[in-house]
Design a protein around this ligand. Structure first.
Ligand code: FES
Length: 143
């Protein structure tokens, strides 16, 4: 019985080890600091739907543990979307196109919708999405 348990353990360890290697090799870790809340004056670019703005201030990004930038997109009169520009494949900085309203990754060609959802690999996961709330003349970003 003890031998069977040990065999089972080793079998599971091999499976877990394989999964871990897969994660390390193909996916950027999401290590955003949880529980952070920052409120910003609403940038001019976000005053109308379709507008976008990128948070590049290192002191704000450091609070979230963000290694790229935080992209804000005014998706409607009443809502803003906030996503990390760190590609979930291997961490390159994705770039937003106003023409296509999509992000593209210059490293291996992944594409994402403005809300961060994957359209095309190499990335398999959506961009990290922060909570964003419009509060009159300010916007609150939370992790
Ligand atoms: Fe590979 Fe973005 S880092 S597709």
């Amino acid at each position: 019985m003890a031998e069977r348990t040990r065999r089972q353990f080793l079998k599971e360890a091999v499976v877990l080890g394989g999964s871990a290697l897969l994660v390390v090799g193909c996916s950027e870790s999401l290590d955003v600091t949880q529980g952070v809340s920052v409120e910003l004056l609403l940038p001019e670019a976000l005053r109308a739907p379709g507008g976008h703005y990128e948070i590049t201030d290192p002191s704000i990004l450091a609070q979230f543990g963000e290694r790229r930038t935080i992209f804000l997109y005014r998706s409607s009169e009443s809502s803003v979307i906030a996503v990390s520009t760190r590609c979930t494949h291997q961490g390159c900085r994705v770039v937003f196109s106003s023409m296509s309203q999509e992000f593209s990754c210059p490293c291996h060609g992944a594409r994402f919708q403005a809300n961060g959802k994957v359209i095309r690999g190499s990335a398999k996961r959506d961009l990290f999405r922060y909570r964003a709330t419009l509060l009159g003349d300010t916007v609150r970003i939370e992790s």
